[in-house]
Design a protein around this ligand. Sequence first.
Ligand SMILES: Nc1ncnc2c1ncn2[C@@H]1O[C@H](COP(=O)(O)OP(=O)(O)OP(=O)(O)O)[C@@H](O)[C@H]1O
Length: 244
Amino acid sequence: MIFVENLTKSYDNIKVIDDLSLNVQGGEIFGILGRNGAGKTTFIECMVGLRKRDKGTVKIMNVLTDENQEQIKHIIGVQPQEASLFQRQTVLETLKLFSSFYSQSIDINDLMEELNLKDLEKKLVKSLSKGQKQRLLIAIAMIGDPKILILDEPTSGLDPQVRIMLWEFLKKLKNQGKTILLSTHYMDEAEELCDRVAILHDGKFAAVGTPKELIEKYTVEGKKRNLESAFIHLTGKDLRGGFD
Ligand SMILES: Nc1ncnc2c1ncn2[C@@H]1O[C@H](COP(=O)(O)OP(=O)(O)OP(=O)(O)O)[C@@H](O)[C@H]1O
């Protein structure tokens, strides 16, 4: 479904993404795991063409992304950055605006119902809470009814109820046959949601597999057997210690 080959990106001669290849299968939820600054956003943005990559090719549903941006736009839905929202627009106006970019879009009312945005439709973007904005950004990613959804840290900084609500929403989309690629630094989220994960560390994928495979392979006797332990084993650092 998504084929990434030899993706490389440096900033000021420092390689942040170093020759990464990846194959995401149709219908799976695939997670890119890494601590803050590991390069998750760089990887995702280079992948979808929002940032220029130094090297590498990306094919999505057999379409080369570099040469076919217009076609790709209808296949993937990318969660935009908060900065792309107009602060003085309402939730409804925002969704109508983004929906106007597509010849075919999904029903805005249904989308607002799904993401608990209906009661907020008249609220201005600038007055939304972090969780409400995050749900709006995910709604925008969904608006063209894409086959593939790409989400960069969709639950970062949200309270547990909203995170769980979003997990349920993403599971529902998977059951409807969508393919989802997301980045996260939450190990519990990856364990709960992702069919497979790639651990991004020092510009490379330290491991790729199902959470169960990584737990079996990279946790040691006597330690907790969860993804966080596997992550620490692979990256050599305590996850929590590495966060802001
Ligand atoms: N435009 C840029 N110019 C120079 N350096 C950059 C640029 N964007 C990112 N970086 C650096 O590249 C590294 C990876 O950043 P990136 O935002 O991709 O990581 P991330 O895993 O998404 O982090 P976070 O979880 O904090 O969002 C960081 O050291 C960051 O400072």
